[in-house]
Design a protein. Structure first.
Lengths: 302, 257
């Protein structure tokens, strides 16, 4: 048994496997299938200061080896989260991380400040990369100035581990990563979904209600892997890799590319037990190849 | 109800017509869990290169004694079509039981009408089976385009009274289920509906006009089936809710139809 523990800027994970926001609910949706305590952490559904109804149906279109979604951050708001959801998840024996989104730097900071008060939430993941909302979301994540402004505002309000989730829908993701590092982030996670589109040829209409959506699943993995490699080589911050990871081999690729931890997203829909299988598979890889700790392979690929 | 991911073994695969497949499967590793009529399963699709997600399929029949579950599947696209490759002995990976099902009658004097259209008749068989287990005889009103689209009528007839409409008049009364004479001739206390949306909306409007409680089963496109991804939402009096978790069966008074 290899040592699977990793440290993300002081946040201690029992293994490098996290579940990605928007694909794992609040964790409780999956507790019939797996022991949640065997995960490195769970990143819960995107939370905003005010409740949001999200976009109209249809919000999903299937693609070859992936899917598009335009959910649009449907959630009941941070107050509802603190009062009704937090009590249900605070005793789950893993790192419960809240994904935070907003319409303005002030919104993000206020939402983060509320979550800062919750003892059993050791970190937040700042979503400056949602492609499915008109205001905020990706608008902040596609310029260095926008990204900096949100991260600086949140950094003042939030005292625990601050992870910033980056958008791949940019010219240079490393520029955004460097700006976020400079603004006080503790870690970056990447990539969020890639903007895409689907068309129904019988109805001759775009399938998704808002026309476009975010592409996820195995089809985006090579893009994600390239971006993780580039960012890991450009910043000093720990990098959390995600984008199409479906098995332990995929996860090891991201670790070798320089990710200190990984997130499993869309693959949870196909196999609700995949996250623990990936953790086991990483261990098998390390044992088979004679590594004593997962830290030995992080960024090992030149 | 606790949910499970199971590797079932296909016990039979019968092509009822070019468009419809009846799969039965068992869990050779243990007893099937308790399930409720109107709930569904997420079937893993491994044989199709064009698709990615699981396919939500209603529970058509559950035989606890034989430890066997049945799925009635319509060929819609490449995902469902790939299930035609299943043979006895094939593995069928499922997540079940999912969602909230139909309200069941408690006493024999409660007259429930079970209305199905097309492949929407599928979950009503399981509902009829469970009613019979409670000693209650179900009444089915089943509609289809034509006689050849009426599936497994003998099995439904073995459980209760069956009334039929076809659009071309090739079996039963000609027309739509909402036009069947049984609706004029008998009184029902509750209506359960599963079928194409226009049919369900017509039945809902009939039920409202007669002030009869009515539930319908929706089939919005789903990804996870677990209430995690929020893709399959329906606008309700409680806002956008997941069909996979709060449904697929809804009281029509909750819907914005």
């Amino acid at each position: 048994m290899a040592d699977l523990r990793v440290d993300i800027a002081g946040l201690k994970l029992r293994n490098p496997v996290l579940t990605a926001s928007g694909t794992f609910g609040y964790g409780i949706e999956y507790q019939d299938f797996i022991d949640l305590g065997r995960l490195g952490g769970i990143i819960v559904k995107g939370t905003t200061l005010q409740p949001r109804e999200g976009n109209p149906y249809p919000r999903m279109a299937e693609t070859a080896q992936g899917m598009l979604n335009c959910v649009g951050l449907q959630n009941k708001g941070v107050d509802y989260f603190c009062q009704h959801i937090y009590p249900q998840i605070k005793d789950i024996k893993t790192n419960m991380i809240v994904n935070v989104s907003g319409n303005s730097p002030e919104d993000y900071a206020e939402c983060a400040a509320r979550i800062n008060e919750l003892d059993c939430i050791p970190a937040i993941e700042l979503n400056i990369s949602c492609p499915n909302v008109k205001h905020g979301g990706m608008a902040f994540g596609t310029t260095t100035e926008g990204a900096s402004s949100v991260v600086r505002a949140v950094r003042e309000a939030y005292k625990k581990t601050l992870i910033v989730k980056l958008s791949p829908n940019v010219t240079s993701i490393t520029d955004i990563a460097l700006a976020v590092e400079d603004a006080g982030a503790d870690a970056v996670s990447l990539i969020n979904t890639l903007m895409g589109m689907a068309i129904d040829i019988e109805k001759r209409r775009r399938i998704l209600s808002i026309g476009t959506g975010g592409l996820s699943g195995p089809c985006i993995k090579p893009v994600a892997l390239r971006m993780v490699y580039q960012v890991a080589h450009a910043v000093r911050l720990p990098v959390i890799g995600l984008g199409g990871i479906s098995n332990a081999k995929d996860a090891v690729e991201f670790l070798l590319a320089g990710a200190s931890a990984i997130e499993i997203g869309t693959a949870n829909f196909i196999d609700p037990t995949v996250s623990v299988k990936v953790a086991e598979g990483i261990n098998t890889y390390l044992d088979t190849h004679g590594f004593k700790s997962v830290n030995e392979i992080i960024g090992l690929c030149e | 109800m606790r949910k499970y991911v199971l590797d079932l073994q296909v016990t039979s695969a019968s092509q009822l017509s070019e468009r419809y497949l009846l799969l039965t499967a068992t869990d050779s590793a243990g007893r099937l869990p308790e399930m409720h009529p109107g709930q569904f399963a997420q079937l893993r699709i491994d044989e199709s290169k064009e698709t990615f997600l699981r396919r939500p399929i209603s529970l058509h029949s559950v035989d606890y004694e034989k430890n066997e579950i049945g799925f009635l599947i319509q060929k819609v696209g490449p995902g469902t079509a790939s299930l035609w490759q299943k043979r006895p002995g094939s593995t069928l990976n499922v997540i079940l039981p999912l969602g909230r099902g139909f309200t069941m009658p408690e006493r024999p004097e409660q007259k429930f009408l079970l209305v199905g259209g097309g492949v929407g008749i599928a979950p009503l068989l399981f509902m009829g089976q469970e009613m019979r287990r409670k000693g209650i005889r179900p009444t089915f009103l089943l509609g289809a385009r034509s006689k050849s689209d009426l599936l497994r009528l003998d099995v439904y007839r073995a459980l209760g009274n069956v009334y039929v409409t076809t659009e071309d008049g090739s079996e039963g009364e000609k027309g739509f289920v909402t036009q069947h004479s049984i609706l004029r001739d008998e009184d029902f206390q509750h209506i359960a509906v599963c079928g194409p949306k226009p049919m369900m909306m017509a039945m809902a409007s009939y039920a409202r006009s007669k002030k009869i409680p009515c539930e319908v089963s929706l089939e919005n496109m789903m990804a996870c089936g677990l209430g995690a991804c929020l893709c399959c939402v329906e606008e309700t009096t409680d806002g956008n809710v997941c069909v996979c978790k709060e449904g697929p069966v809804f009281d029509i008074e909750k819907l914005k139809w």
